[in-house]
Design a protein around this ligand. Structure first.
Ligand SMILES: [Zn+2]
Ligand SMILES: [Zn+2]
Length: 174
């Protein structure tokens, strides 16, 4: 699947978020929340319960899925506290075996296995591609791939906001 389609899927995630907010404001989840709180009060402290919407894509050839977005309500504790969570993922652009792949940063761009915190010399535990060898980051507009709003450049490879260093063999400058 190419990048544009991933971005289309990401846009559906935004709609899902809005729909959740809309239903929540209309108190459509109140009943469910109440039942969860009631159940939590009867359970040992160690349990938490969550419900919500999620959006993911499954590839039957890779036999892997990528989670794009989650939104919901989590309840925890003996007195049944609840809070709303939402999780989206920052996208990174990679060059892998000659292809440009743009996917959430916590997956392998080749096989879609979970692969977070890519460091120089680390490799995907499923397909074995190595960061800095078969997998490189594509950096456009000097945006740091590791944080929000940080700047890296060929002249100044050290991010001005986080500890990421855009080393020569890890990145390709767009
Ligand atoms: Zn892999
Ligand atoms: Zn950074």
């Amino acid at each position: 699947m190419n990048d544009e389609k991933f971005h289309e899927l990401d846009a559906i995630g935004d709609k899902l978020h809005n729909k959740f907010e809309e239903l929540k404001e209309k108190n459509e989840f109140k009943e469910i929340e109440k039942e969860i709180i009631k159940l939590l009060k009867s359970l040992p402290e160690k349990y938490s319960i969550e419900f919500g919407f999620n959006l993911g894509i499954f590839d039957s050839e890779r036999e892997k899925s990528i989670e794009m977005y989650r939104v919901g309500i989590n309840g925890f504790g003996k007195d049944g506290k609840t809070y709303q969570f939402s999780e989206g993922y920052k996208f990174n652009r990679y060059l892998v075996q000659g292809h440009i792949v743009e996917i959430p940063h916590n997956y392998c761009p080749q096989c879609w296995d979970e692969w977070d915190f890519k460091r120089k010399g680390s490799s995907c535990s499923n397909c074995g591609v190595m960061f800095g060898k078969e997998v490189k980051l594509l950096i456009d507009y000097n945006e740091c791939p590791n944080c929000d709003g940080g700047i890296v450049s060929q002249k100044n490879p050290n991010c001005n906001k986080c500890d990421f260093i855009a080393e020569e063999d890890l990145v390709i400058w767009g």
